[in-house]
Design a protein around this ligand. Structure first.
Ligand code: HEM
Length: 507
């Protein structure tokens, strides 16, 4: 056989494979619509082309506009369900909540997430259930969140002071100061220590920042081997593992040092009581009643996830919200008037005031609608066959819910591109069905929602109460990657409001 004949047979084989797979088998199995063609080996991976101007949630949204709100993708070896309507999301996260409560096993998590045992990546089962029980009773319960209110209040005052000193003469890089705020709040909550401020330059602070930076820039949750497992035969998995191992060794040592330090403190002083107990102390005490659960590995995994999930998410949301306020002065003015009417000019706003100034909550919701920091929910995976929108979804299918597409769908939102916090007026509870779910929904929904909204609410309200702010240029470009950050950080100047100047100068 000459080369031309071989090529001819290969082409015939590829065409018959794609036709059979995409058209015939697909219809027979009652799977959702799927883009044509499904290429051999890579399937639809070639469609996931994101770029600076077209981040991945937009690329996926373009696929959905062409094939519908329920699309079946073959991402290399992974069957994937892409969902981008409220009713399909409800089918997945409510009607089939238990079936989709699993997470896919991803290679990076074998190393970086302690063999996928952290709350975020643990498979649906007894360990994950214990994580969530402990989180909802000991870590993120309303009671503990209230006990630790003094940390948030103190850190927000430090932020206001910092802006007061810097913001008049020079533009403040909001990304930097907001990440510093959330890092300090989370680390004080977890280990009773600050990272920034007087700690700046200390060995502890430098190590933390270096490790966090390496983790964030390590390339996200997925790697090519997750979709093309045969790549491990050519050494690609080993290469990635070596890279992750280097980061993991530093991360694990850092977290182990934190645990040891806290353990020694507890042995020496017996620990602190009530509001002064930090999270690691709480977890080490839990060892007495849950020895199998509260192992050092589990504690380190929990601390890692809380630091990763609880810092950038809130900081990015606050940065988007401030940018939106600068671009929409009428909203800024209305928020200011609401705060002034309730709090007056003789004291700074406190967390307990937030329940009485609902407009701030609408601003947060509207920001999360337009710019959800997790535009595509974390991946879920089905543990059984199920039905979504009338289509059959096989066991072992990865689920990607594009909440950005749902939040910006003109069929369910009036003028979705317009920043209109008023649309949340009169909404009771935190959600409007499945058309708004920045924190996910169902069993795997975010357990940090209340902590996040408290901190975001207090910070925004404090900045609005104390300052007039503006920026020379506010661009709303989205960065690339799985989390939706601003591409260029917001740089704003701040003038103390004259009504509040007497309080600010006394700080
Ligand atoms: C604006 C702030 C935040 C947003 C928008 C957000 C959003 C989300 C989303 C969309 C998920 C995935 C839900 C799913 O897979 O269906 C998630 C999971 C999670 N979040 Fe958050 N989050 C925020 C802040 C926080 C904070 C402050 C914490 C903790 C201190 C936290 C801890 C977690 C954890 C542990 C999970 C994994 C839950 C599980 O798999 O069982 N998040 N978050």
């Amino acid at each position: 056989m000459d080369f031309i004949t071989i090529l001819y047979y290969v082409i015939i084989l590829i065409i018959s494979y794609t036709l059979t797979k995409t058209l015939l088998l697909h219809k027979l199995r009652n799977l959702p619509p799927t883009p044509f063609p499904t290429l051999p080996i890579i399937g639809h991976l070639h469609l996931l082309k994101s770029s600076d101007s077209n981040p991945i949630h937009r690329a996926l949204s373009q696929i959905s506009s062409r094939y519908g709100p329920i699309v079946f993708l073959q991402l290399g070896s992974r069957p994937t369900l892409l969902v981008s309507s409220a009713s399909a999301a409800e089918d997945c996260l409510h009607h089939n909540d238990v079936i989709f409560a699993n997470r896919p096993r991803l290679i990076g998590n074998k190393i970086l997430a302690y063999e996928s045992t952290t709350m975020l990546w643990a498979p649906y089962g007894p360990l994950w259930r214990t994580h969530r029980r402990i989180a909802s009773t000991e870590i993120l319960s309303p009671h503990r969140i209230n006990l630790l209110a003094h940390i948030r209040a103190d850190e927000v005052v430090q932020l206001v002071k910092g802006i007061f000193v810097k913001g008049r003469d020079q533009a403040v890089d909001m990304k930097t100061v907001l990440v510093e705020l959330t890092n300090n709040v989370m680390m004080r909550t977890i280990a009773g220590k600050r990272i920034h401020g007087e700690e700046e330059g200390s060995e502890f602070s430098t190590r933390f920042k270096m490790i966090l930076n390496e983790l964030v820039t390590s390339g996200g949750a997925f790697t090519m081997v997750d979709f093309l497992p045969w790549l491990k035969w050519v050494g690609v998995e080993k290469m990635a593992e070596r890279k992750w191992m280097k980061i993991f060794v530093k991360l694990d040592k850092f977290l182990q040092d934190l645990v040891e330090e806290t353990r020694k403190g507890l042995e020496k002083e017996g620990g602190s009581e009530g509001q002064n107990r930090n999270l690691i102390q709480v977890l080490l005490e839990l060892k007495k009643t849950n020895p199998d659960y509260a192992t050092d590995t589990i504690i380190k995994g929990l601390v890692e996830i809380l630091l990763l999930a609880g810092t950038e998410t809130s900081a990015s949301t606050m940065e988007w919200a401030l940018a939106l306020l600068i671009k929409n002065p009428h909203v800024h003015q209305k928020a200011k008037e609401e705060i002034d009417a309730y709090v007056g000019y003789d004291r700074l706003i406190e967390e307990s005031d937030l329940a009485h100034i609902p407009y701030i909550h609408y601003i947060i919701n509207e920001t999360l609608r337009m710019y959800p920091v997790t535009p595509i929910l974390l991946p879920h995976e089905s543990t059984d066959d199920c039905v979504v929108g009338g289509y059959k979804i096989p066991k072992g299918t990865m689920l990607q819910v594009n909440i950005w597409a749902i939040h910006n769908d003109p069929k369910v939102w009036d003028e979705p591109l317009v920043f209109k916090p008023e649309r949340f007026e009169g909404v009771t509870g935190d959600r409007i069905g499945y058309k708004f779910m920045p924190f996910g929904s169902g069993r795997r929904a975010c357990p940090g929602e209340h902590l996040a909204t408290r901190l975001i609410g207090l910070t925004l309200a404090s900045v609005i109460q104390c300052f007039e702010f503006e920026a020379q240029e506010v661009d709303m470009k989205e960065g690339v990657g799985l989390s939706m950050r601003k591409k260029n950080s917001l740089k704003a100047t701040f003038r103390p409001r004259k009504e509040l100047a007497h309080l600010l100068t006394q700080m």
